[in-house]
Ligand binder design. Structure first.
Ligand code: CP
Ligand code: NVA
Length: 302
């Protein structure tokens, strides 16, 4: 049976932890096998990407496979060819397709008609590769304590935030989310996270108070206030201003707090330059880990 990776709930908690441990083994060069020998992976992107695209391309080549980059403009889909016909065609050439698109529904439609695994490389609703990798980064830092630490997500209730809700459930983590009223994460992803928490012992707490979320936190996570393809309004920026990760907000967290950002960052908005630079080493380790985690994911799916 083919497996897709559209959302984090497509894997079980056991599989999630196995992927994290595999990512660690790969990073430490304990697993150097060419798991993708002879495999062809398509990278179908309708939006820009620095980390996701490059880390997938490098992961594929280092695992002995071959990647084909497919921008939307270069495909007949841009002239109206059906998604399902594109999926059925590409399934005849490729062993796996990694897709970044503005519409989660389109990704689901593609996956329904694909006979090879489809990996979500970001949609308007979720970014599972990012958050799976972020859990690995936290595991690397906190090991077994990962289930005891307080993780705070502060800012816009976007695709990354939605995925964190599911990650808290899947991995049994303690997540506090602070977003302004009107910019909350999706209730569907929240429910999925809550349902998983009942199995794994994780917890999710939603608030509009950033100080409450950050208080005594071990980890503070943020992301841009205006995601790709979203409209930038002054109203949204003003609503999010109290959620900026700056030294004042961080003063409520533990003194050894770690700050995470999936990148790209818009300094002066969701994070100050000062805070960003103080945690830059950790943030770029977070970016590096996309490579190791996606190798583990490709090995698992193929
Ligand atoms: N974090 C992330 O997905 O970055 P890119 O948009 O550069 O791929
Ligand atoms: N929320 C951001 C994440 C970028 C990796 C966006 O969708 O643009």
């Amino acid at each position: 049976m083919i497996r897709h990776f559209i959302d984090l709930w497509d894997i079980t908690p056991e599989e999630g932890w196995k992927l994290v441990l595999d990512a660690e083994a790969i990073k430490l060069s304990k697993d150097k096998e060419k798991h993708l020998l002879g495999k062809k992976v398509g990278l179908f992107f309708t939006k820009p990407s620095t980390r996701t695209r490059v880390s997938f391309e490098v992961a594929i080549v280092e695992l002995g496979g071959h990647s084909v980059y497919l921008s939307e403009q270069s495909l007949q889909i841009s002239r109206g060819e059906d998604i399902k016909d594109t999926a059925r065609t590409l399934s005849r050439y490729l062993d796996c397709v990694v897709i970044r698109t503005d519409s989660h529904k389109k990704l689901e439609e593609y996956a329904k008609h694909s006979s090879v695994p489809v990996i979500n490389a970001l949609t308007d609703m979720s970014h599972p590769c990012q958050v799976l990798s972020d859990v690995f980064t936290l595991y690397e830092t906190f090991k077994e304590d990962i289930k005891r630490i307080k993780i705070a997500y502060v800012g816009d209730g976007n695709n990354v935030c939605n995925t964190w809700l599911v990650a808290a459930g899947l991995f049994g983590l303690n997540l506090f989310v602070a977003t302004p009223a009107g910019y909350e994460p999706s209730s569907y992803y929240y429910q999925a996270g809550e349902d998983l928490c009942k199995i794994t012992g994780g917890s999710i707490y939603l608030t509009t108070n950033p100080v409450e979320a950050v208080k005594d936190a071990h980890v503070v996570y943020t992301d841009v206030w205006v995601s790709m393809n979203q409209e930038r309004t002054e109203e949204k920026i003003q609503a999010l201003m109290p959620y900026q990760v700056n030294e004042k907000l961080l003063s409520y967290a533990r003194s050894d707090v770690k700050v995470m950002h999936c990148l790209p960052a818009k300094k002066g908005e969701e994070i100050t330059e000062e805070v960003f630079e103080r945690f830059a080493d950790f943030i770029f380790t977070q970016a590096e880990n996309r490579l190791h985690t996606q190798k583990a994911l490709l090995k698992f799916l193929l």
